[in-house]
Ligand binder design. Structure first.
Ligand SMILES: Cc1ncc(COP(=O)(O)O)c(C=O)c1O
Length: 411
């Protein structure tokens, strides 16, 4: 695809996102480059949310009445759609959560509840706090040890060190598929195979992978795989925990309440079957019901278009940024997604972000919920620009222009 052609295709895709038409600070066009935090939502998802609220809002799994059955059907259709999207063996292996964070907390609390003093888990230095803190919370009941895989200076995982960290006390390896700071794409299939050769199950944090390329949980042989809808053009407030059936069946419930029981007495409770055992209380059934429309959007757009556009913008922006004196980009592996974290000279990341914002360019600044990684990089924070399929070359040019101006003013 040439740049000219893809601009036309992307122009049509962009038209599906009403928010991208809005202006900031008067007449500045919005250049939205904070897609790693949350991507925007196309009309068909917005319309489906409206449709569910307008016509089908009723609590799921509780009522005999028509609306409740319709709401339930929408939720279960969504589960089937997600299962197909990630190639799960069955919809019962798809647990709806509030997001990636809750998915990891669920596994930590339920699967990790069995960990004992001296047990070890393997994480990497590039993890989001969502994949660090839930494991530390386990220390309330067991003195578990966290082993950390280091990275090389260009932001790749040190696979040899990863191999060396396994020992008979290792209970789980848990790592991101793609880093939310460096953009690094980790060799997760190989990492899972290594863990399995030691009999160790794996959790993959797919928050930054699921929006960018197809996920096949069975081909990867992942034991747990988690991601968030709001980062993949879907509604906010929902996410997915995929787990292999045999593991999920053995795990105790995470939270107690309605929906997750078979029978309750004051003496004893028996629990519902999968997936409901892990879905206590009323879920965000509107968001869940509308999520398939986001998956439809991705399918219709096509992974090739998504990946080609994002890669093109990554290359263009990186090349242009490297021309700016004092530019330091963190994460330069050849295999990276369209996330660019950077600093310029001694300019504070927040000042740079603020100056970009004033010119209509939305980026993220700070530690990106990855303080251990910031420590490894030797900085308190970075500016992060990240692309989605609806971003155009024009967006990238406006970003570079704004960045040059901001750097000139702040230097
Ligand atoms: C790699 C990674 N893991 C976990 C999360 C947490 O996702 P959520 O806030 O949707 O639970 C994020 C969000 O930025 C992320 O990038």
């Amino acid at each position: 695809m040439s740049r000219m052609e893809d601009t036309e295709v992307i122009g049509r895709i962009r038209d599906e996102f009403p928010i991208l038409e809005r202006k900031t600070y008067g007449e500045r066009p919005l250049v939205y480059l904070d897609n790693t935090a949350s991507s925007q939502t196309p009309r068909e998802v917005l319309a489906e949310i409206d449709n569910i609220y307008t016509l089908h809002k009723a609590n799921v799994h509780r009522g005999v009445h028509l609306l409740s059955r319709e709401a339930t059907d929408l939720q279960e259709a969504s589960r089937r759609s997600v299962a197909e999207f990630i190639n799960a063996a069955s919809p019962e292996e798809v647990i709806f959560t509030r997001g990636t964070t809750e998915g990891i907390n669920l596994v930590a609390s339920s699967f990790g509840g069995e960990f004992r003093d001296g047990d070890e888990i393997i994480l990497t230095v590039m993890e989001h706090h969502a994949n660090i803190v839930p494991w530390q919370l386990l220390r309330r009941h067991a003195d578990i040890r966290i082993r950390v895989v280091p990275i090389t200076d260009d932001g790749a995982l040190d696979l040899e060190e990863y191999r060396r960290l396994f020992n008979p006390r290792t209970r789980l390896a848990s790592f991101c598929h793609v880093s939310n700071v460096l953009g690094t794409l980790n060799p997760v299939a190989e990492m899972i195979a290594i863990a399995h050769s030691h009999g160790v199950p794996v959790l993959v944090d797919g928050a930054q992978a699921a929006p960018h390329f197809p996920i096949d949980v069975r081909a990867l042989d992942a034991d747990f795989y988690v991601f968030s809808s709001h980062k993949m053009y879907g509604p906010t407030g929902i996410g997915v925990l995929y787990g292999k059936r045999d593991l999920l069946e053995k795990m105790p419930p995470y939270q107690g309440g309605g929906e997750m029981i078979k029978h309750v007495s004051f003496e004893h409770t028996t629990f519902a079957d999968l997936p409901f055992k892990f879905e206590a209380g009323t879920p965000d059934y509107v968001g869940i019901g509308a999520f398939p429309k986001a998956l439809d959007f991705i399918r219709r757009t096509g992974w090739n278009t998504i990946s080609e556009q994002e890669k093109m913008l990554l290359e263009f922006a990186t090349e242009e940024m490297e021309r700016i004196p004092g530019m330091k980009i963190y994460g330069t592996t050849p295999d990276k997604e369209a996330v660019i974290s950077f600093n310029v000279g001694t300019i504070h990341n927040y000042d740079l972000g603020l100056m970009l914002d004033r010119q209509g360019v939305a980026v993220r600044t700070g530690h990106h919920c990855a303080q251990p990684l910031m420590e490894r990089l030797g900085v308190p924070g970075t500016v992060r620009a990240s692309f989605a399929v609806y971003n155009t070359l024009r967006d990238a040019e406006l970003f570079i222009e704004a960045l040059r101006k901001a750097v000139a003013m702040l230097s």
